[in-house]
Design a protein around this ligand. Structure first.
Ligand code: ATP
Length: 919
């Protein structure tokens, strides 16, 4: 196709469309003909590869080796049951691989599903009207409107541009801004043409209209796309820690195994007996299932965050969120609703109050027709220098909505209410788009008198400084100091009552063949007036700010808006209390040295106004140098570097550009500050939950090891076989552990300071609680129950029992049952490291209840079913013994309650609130 060689008109014609876009009906027809504008996933999740990986990692290989040795043993010395052990180990690898695979698969699917929650929106012209639709609804012939920060949704031929530059890096790998124009190309291939934009690339600046000529898999990007599942392979620090810990434990187990092997040889045990022992120690100790369980817990937490409207893009950020110490947030739309309404106008030295459709003077009297006439120039700028547009409903009903930037929509709404016939507008011939550095926007219009006029609107500080004249009673006069001061006073008064203020000005330009440069146009302006609008704070934000502070996280507002407006809003939402708050403007920040700025950042209440994205980036960098874990919000193209630099980059899902969303770690589906705080809470909760199930899983290692040690050291029968250990690790323990991973967050999760990023998951208190407290209690239970059973059955020290004797089988079954029953109690103990079980509602976590039901069913099968008996070498024991096992479980709970009571007494304040909260 040679579309780049055609003129814009020819290109439109060739695609059977016009510069007004397709009609809705035609667009629909084409969509069904060409299919949705989507890339098909080229790469499915490689199920077999994932399964294969689970069978070939470090631990699996260790176990394979053990199995091979067992078979060798059986071959050398048949009849010892060594082949059974080999099969059991293979069973472990298999069950473990399957379980891990299911968890990883679920985790991966969860993240992919999250990605799909974020549809790409695009503006298209349909029958002359601007509409916002999903990018997948685009069809060839559609005319799309692209603006700064957009991701190009499909391949298109440019038909009109304003300062339009794109970044083709996703396609070419070359990250240089490329200017795009509408002119026909005379030479070169399509892909190098300056009048074509490609799907997947991004708009760096300006705006353009493009007619789409290829969608979906027909786009250049579609042709080369290897759409991956979108999951970042990077392991989070927590996952890395778990992997390392599992390996360390495996190494230690091998060490202990070898030591006892030597000891066994010295004590005259046979080689194979020692071998079984070493293998038993290994499988008993190594928490094989930990890594996938942790991964799944993180992914499930990501899903919970998404339910609360925070979309995470990788598992690392789930974890980092819990460590956040500072949240740098912008104001408009995040702390406020981004629903603006004009409430004040300053014009001709007079203030006019606007409320709904009614207007009054400052004194409260009606506005004279005289004044109404003088509005015309003000509204010509407000409506002319404006990219929002009205969108009529399909059935042509009077009801209409506006699409575009809320600030600009407010201007259009106000104009529609006060000037029903609208201002006289001359056609627009050029535009210098708004950007967050200049903080203003200019449009150029061709007037009838063969000259042109530039309309400028923007932040008053940015506009007033380039004004030389003022419009007074319809006459242009020099803008004197007194007048300037009067304007600034009025600006300050508006801003002080939390209003967002825009200044409007114009400049007559001589007609010329070429459009003037931006620098020439934006100078010597004539000031016309101020328009102030109110953007209410979001109702949920004050509470979120308070929660943030209680949680030891410092919220810092970094806004492009005026400092007084910013301060007034900060007060309204409780971000600033006293008069001590430090308010810094971008221009001041610019003059400060790093050390000065760091000192300022250390003050308890600080906010930044009139900031540019570069200054925001500097604040983020300095905060990081100060050791803070920084979350930062952003929406524009220029915010992308700060979003990338921050520990947690947060983009706005509604108001944010595609570029910002791509650079971010998290996308807020509702643009709401409160959502960030909720996500932090989830991030903290998942970490606490992981600690809970790790405590639970590690605790059962001790009663699994002790019978081995006891059998070697005290020469008593081995009270727990390798297969029974496996039944605990891979059978009964699994579901309750998952249940602990799904515990709802403690009500006082956000009353604690953030966790240090250096803190290890497996810290001393956790290991001590598992290995030195819970574990030994369970070991004591298993050993005493088993030995008691043996002695009541007539066994005495020194008597050798065969592995097949009913008494031996029953005794191991009792020990096994003791561990399982103690683990049931342990699940409840582990639900909180400090809150009493009684305060937590026994049935509140359904997954735990189900987990326990399954755990007890498995126990029942292993003890009472024939097949269970055969596989696990068990036998039904005297039913009265169950009572003694229950007593052990109760003792474990009592011991835990006592420990928790002591912890709460030593460190009051945290656990107590929990009980208040649940009472
Ligand atoms: P925040 O940074 O909290 O989102 P903001 O919207 O005020 O606040 P910017 O988008 O950087 O931040 O805008 C900076 C200033 O530029 C605004 O305060 C306003 O005065 C002016 N401004 C915003 N939008 C426009 C626009 N479309 N045209 C002209 N000026 C604008």
């Amino acid at each position: 196709m040679q579309i780049h060689r055609l003129s814009p008109e020819e290109a439109l014609k060739a695609l059977g469309t016009t510069d007004q876009g397709l009609s809705e009906a035609e667009a629909e027809r084409r969509l069904s003909e060409f299919g949705p504008n989507e890339l098909q996933a080229a790469e499915r999740i490689p199920v077999l590869a994932m399964l294969g990986r689970q069978c070939t990692h470090f631990l699996a290989i260790l176990l394979w080796t053990a199995a091979a040795l067992a078979f060798v043993a059986d071959w050398m010395k048949p009849g010892q049951g060594m082949n059974l052990l080999g099969w059991a180990i293979i069973g472990v690898v298999g069950v473990n691989a399957l379980f891990s695979f299911v968890q990883e698969y679920k985790a991966e699917r969860a993240i992919i599903a999250l990605r799909l929650l974020l549809p790409m929106r695009v503006k298209v012209l349909r029958a002359g009207e601007v509409r916002e639709t999903s990018a997948s609804m685009l069809a060839p012939g559609d005319v799309a409107i692209l603006a700064e920060g957009d991701r190009v949704p499909a391949d298109g031929r440019v038909i009109a541009t304003v300062q339009f530059r794109v970044n083709n890096a996703p396609l070419t790998g070359e990250s240089v801004p490329k200017t795009r124009t509408a002119e026909a190309a005379t030479e070169g291939p399509l892909v190098e043409s300056a009048n074509v934009v490609f799907a997947g690339t991004t708009v760096l600046s300006g705006t353009a209209r493009v007619v789409i000529f290829a969608t979906g898999m027909s786009t250049e990007f579609g042709k080369i796309a290897h759409l991956t599942s979108g999951v970042e392979a990077e392991m989070s620090p927590l996952q890395q820690e778990i992997r390392k810990v599992t390996r360390v434990i495996a190494a230690i187990s091998i060490g202990i195994g070898l030591a006892f092997f030597g000891l066994g040889v010295l004590m005259g045990r046979s080689f194979w007996e020692n071998f079984v022992f070493a293998v038993g120690l290994l499988v008993a100790n190594v928490p094989e299932g930990l890594l996938p369980t942790v991964t799944l817990a993180l992914a499930v937490s990501g899903q919970r965050m998404a339910k609360r409207k925070a979309l995470i893009k990788n598992l690392v950020s789930v974890e980092t969120l819990g460590c956040a110490t500072v949240i740098c947030t912008d104001k408009t739309g995040t702390l406020t609703e981004n629903r603006m309404a004009v409430t004040r106008i300053y014009l001709d030295g007079r203030e006019i109050r606007v409320s709904g459709g009614s207007v009054t003077t400052e004194a409260g009297g009606p506005v004279t027709p005289d004044l109404l006439r003088q509005w015309a120039p003000l509204f010509a700028i407000a409506v002319g220098c404006n990219n929002a547009s009205r969108h009529h409903d399909r059935d042509g009903a009077a009801a209409s909505t506006f699409v575009g930037d809320p600030t600009e929509i407010a201007l259009l709404e106000c104009a529609a209410a006060l000037l029903p016939n609208g201002p006289d507008l001359s056609p627009r011939v050029g535009e210098f788009p708004f950007d967050a550095d200049r903080k203003r926007m200019t449009t150029i219009h061709a007037t009838t008198s063969a000259s042109r006029v530039a309309y400028v609107k923007g932040a008053p500080e940015s506009v007033l400084s380039i004004c030389r004249y003022v419009l007074r009673d319809g006459l242009v006069m020099g803008l004197g100091e007194a007048e300037r001061e009067a304007i600034v006073d009025r600006l300050n008064a508006f801003a002080g009552s939390a209003l967002r203020v825009l200044a409007l000005a114009y400049r007559e330009l001589p007609d010329a063949a070429q459009l003037p440069l931006m620098e020439e146009t934006e100078g010597d302006l004539t000031f016309v007036g101020l328009i102030a609008m109110y953007d209410p704070p979001r109702p949920e934000v004050p509470d979120a700010v308070a929660r943030c502070r209680r949680a030891g996280i410092k919220p810092i507002m970094i806004t492009g808006d005026n400092s007084r407006t910013a301060l007034a809003i900060a007060r309204a939402i409780g971000m600033v209390h006293g008069d001590e708050a430090l308010v810094l403007e971008g221009s001041q920040v610019e003059r400060m040295r790093d050390e000065e700025l760091k000192a300022a950042l250390a003050s308890p209440e600080i906010l930044f106004a009139r900031m540019t994205p570069t200054q925001k980036m500097r604040v983020v960098t300095l905060l990081q140098e100060m050791g803070e874990v920084v979350a930062v919000t952003g929406d524009g193209v220029n915010d992308a570097p700060a979003l990338k630099k921050a520990d947690i980059g947060i983009a706005m899902g509604i108001a944010g550009t595609d570029v910002a969303k791509e650079a971010a770690d998290i996308v807020l589906l509702d643009d709401n500050f409160a959502t960030i705080v909720n996500a932090v809470e989830e991030g903290r909760a998942v970490y606490e939950n992981i600690r809970k199930f790790v405590t639970y899983i590690l605790a059962s290692n001790i009663p699994e090891i002790v019978p081995y040690l006891a059998s070697v050291v005290f020469r008593i029968p081995l009270l727990l076989t390798v297969v029974q250990i496996l039944a605990v690790d891979l059978g009964t323990d699994m579901l309750p552990a998952l249940g602990l991973g799904a515990e709802p967050s403690d009500p006082n999760t956000m009353d604690r300071p953030p966790r240090s990023r250096e803190e290890r998951l497996l810290n001393f208190p956790l290991l001590a609680r598992s290995y030195l407290f819970l574990g030994p209690i369970e070991a004591a239970a298993a050993m005493s129950a088993g030995l008691w059973y043996l002695t009541t059955g007539g066994w005495e020290w020194g008597i050798d029992l065969s592995a097949e004797s009913p008494l031996y089988r029953q005794a191991t079954t009792v020990a096994f049952a003791a561990i399982v029953i103690c683990q049931v109690a342990n699940v409840y103990a582990c639900r909180s490291p400090r809150a009493s079980i009684l305060s937590m509602g026994l049935f509140r976590n359904r997954l735990i209840v189900w987990g326990i039901a399954v755990e007890i069913s498995i126990l029942g099968l292993i003890v009472y079913s024939q097949i269970g008996n055969r596989i696990f070498g068990t036998a039904a024991f005297d039913g009265r013994f169950w009572w003694s096992l229950l007593v052990f479980a109760a003792l474990l709970l009592l011991a835990e309650e006592a420990r928790k009571g002591i912890v709460r007494r030593l460190d009051p304040g945290k656990g107590l609130r929990y009980q208040e909260g649940t009472a």
